[in-house]
Design a protein around this ligand. Structure first.
Ligand code: GLN
Length: 307
């Protein structure tokens, strides 16, 4: 597509196409708050490097960010401790579901990557140690980058996550038995469940992801990550951001992306823009059905992919 590219007609066209598409998948049902979401909801936003935002549909509607936050905790922890983190978590795709335990025993309690739950728990644990409050640090960062002071943790969702959190608790205790968790596991789980329960809109998240499109530079012009660290985070998003469907996501969308079971997906076009899409109906891998379809259309229509 010739430059300058105006994103609004692209988004309008995608929303109209998605509207006609039957089959949206099913909202996550492991906690009641997510099960109650309307699978017909759909929003999409694009943020340019200078913070100009375009949107369509429910793009200003806050939703449960869930595993999308794993990108931000990873970036924040890398900003604090740099390569030390990679001693404790790998960066290979797992080929297993996001909440899987199976590989941990073979790899001595070191998770395959920071985006499966085991790896995200390690990252949150380390950020909690670095800052004293991983969820609060995350929330401050998201507020600053989005310019939205109202972003908040939904404490009801956090309590519900905790009430249904046996699998994450098992992951935490198992890794602690290998010495790969520094905080008491209950404190870590509390931080992790609160992290997952941050609510934000497509507009908020597209803006908050901007530092990855700006090669590590925050909205205020300061540097969060080195250029090479920003590349690393984008690379791990591409290979691991949509779990055991990361190959299919790269094939269809061709961008670094990160999904959450709330139905959101963020994606980065390095040097150009960020995209956030939300629709709560999920496929069997925990990725938004309409979200992946919309991103597929976005890169097809605009030609903006890393390939
Ligand atoms: N809260 C969810 C969990 O830990 C997040 C998972 C996700 O979004 N993929 O199971």
């Amino acid at each position: 597509m010739s430059s300058p590219l105006t994103f609004q007609p692209v988004l309008d066209r995608i929303a109209a196409e998605i509207e006609q598409t039957p089959g949206r998948g099913r909202p996550a049902d492991y906690i009641p708050a997510l099960a109650a979401c309307d699978p017909r909801s759909f929003g999409m936003a694009v943020a340019e490097l200078d913070g100009t935002v375009y949107g369509v549909g429910d793009w200003r509607q806050p939703f449960s960010t869930q595993s999308i936050t794993k990108v931000f905790t990873l970036a924040l922890d890398l900003a604090h401790e740099a390569d030390e983190l990679w001693e404790h978590v790998g960066r290979e795709p797992s080929g297993n579901p996001f909440n899987s335990l199976v590989q941990l025993e073979y790899e001595n309690g070191i998770p395959r990557n920071p985006f499966i739950n085991a790896g995200a728990l390690v990252v949150t644990d380390r950020l909690h140690t670095q800052t004293g409050d991983a969820a609060g640090t995350l929330l401050d960062f998201l507020r600053a980058e989005s310019g939205n002071e109202h972003l908040a943790i939904n404490e009801d969702v956090a309590a519900s996550e905790s009430a249904h959190g046996d699998r994450n608790a098992a992951l935490g205790h198992f890794m602690a038995s290998y010495g790969n968790i520094g905080n008491p596991v209950p404190a870590l789980l509390d931080a992790y469940f609160r992290q997952c329960s941050v609510e934000a809109s497509c507009a908020d998240l597209a803006l908050a992801t901007g530092f990855l499109a700006r090669h590590g530079i925050r909205a205020d012009g300061s540097r969060l990550l080195t250029m090479s660290q920003a590349k690393e985070v984008n690379a791990v998003m591409l290979t691991c951001g949509t779990y055991d469907a990361a190959g299919e996501f790269a094939y269809r969308v061709g961008l670094p992306g990160k999904s959450g079971v709330g139905g959101g997906i963020i994606a980065v076009v390095p040097g150009r823009c960020t995209v956030c899409v939300w629709s709560p109906g999920l496929d069997g891998h925990g990725n938004s059905v309409a979200g992946v379809a919309a991103l597929d259309r976005f890169t097809t229509i605009t030609g903006l992919s890393v390939f």
